[in-house]
Write a protein that binds this ligand. Structure first.
Ligand code: AP5
Ligand code: ZN
Length: 214
């Protein structure tokens, strides 16, 4: 299946994507994770992206679109993919449409996770992430089995530099201004699957699978 997962920062996109790709056997393409990898590898792209990410701004379209197009061309996407965090505005959505058209592919669904604003702040300030594999944890809702150690790979768990109050508020503002219009964009194409993200992690997953007819 060719899928997108969208929703505000902290909605649980990464958490659900991690499980969903295991069930559907498709690659998880998270533009946020790709940038964080580039930052940790100290590449030029990572250095540029960090300036935007730390402020909660979008990285310029020219950088993101090229990176995603290249990623979608790799053979592991032949049987489908789950894009997480892309597209984030109409320019990126149109670029994706064009790329998929060129590949002779169509989107099968757009999972839109809905969570109230007050819950988002609670989730992001309590979030911790594995430095090695990117798995997401929460100090209250999803604790690792051993403190500060990733359940999946044993990696170190840290707090993202954009999970502070100033950056979170800006990320929410950017989401509302640039990304929210995509809900209508995909509703018009009859692709939108609205999911209540304000439930237990497992229940959210069940609702996603049902919405996909799985
Ligand atoms: P990105 O990494 O995509 O961040 P985001 O969209 O802000 O989303 P998050 O990763 O913060 O949240 P999530 O929805 O994945 O939540 P999670 O599952 O971790 O992007 C970061 C930055 O990169 C952007 O600001 C931008 O600068 C740049 N960027 C990326 N893509 C770009 C693009 N296309 N164009 C331009 N710039 C781009 O969950 C959050 C917490 O809640 C966790 O602790 C989790 O354990 C917990 N949780 C999850 N589900 C539940 C639940 N049901 N109940 C209780 N707790 C839960
Ligand atoms: Zn890990």
């Amino acid at each position: 299946m060719n899928l997108l997962i969208m929703g505000p920062p902290g909605a649980g996109k990464g958490t659900q994507a991690e499980e969903l790709v295991k069930k559907l056997q498709i690659p998880h393409i998270s533009t946020g994770d790709m940038f964080r990898t580039a930052i940790s590898e100290g590449t030029e792209m990572g250095r540029k992206a960090k300036e935007y990410m730390d402020k909660g701004e979008l990285v310029p379209d020219s950088v993101v679109v090229g990176m995603v197009k290249e990623r979608l061309s790799r053979p592991d996407c032949d049987n489908g993919f789950l894009l997480d965090g892309f597209p984030r505005n109409v320019v990126q959505a149109e670029a994706l449409d064009e790329k998929l058209k060129g590949m002779g592919r169509l989107l099968d669904g757009v999972i839109n996770i809905i969570v109230p604003r007050e819950k988002i702040i609670e989730r992001l300030t309590g979030r911790r992430v594995c430095r090695s594999c990117g798995s997401s944890y929460h100090m209250v809702f999803k604790k690792p089995r051993v403190d500060e150690v990733c359940d999946n790979c044993g990696g170190e768990i840290y707090q993202r530099s954009d999970d502070n109050e100033t950056a979170v508020n800006n990320r929410l503002y950017v989401y509302e201004a640039s990304t929210q219009p995509l809900i209508n964009y995909y509703a018009k194409k009859n692709l939108l699957k609205n999911i209540n993200g304000d439930q237990e992690i497992k229940k959210v997953m069940d609702d996603i699978m049902n919405s996909l007819g799985k």
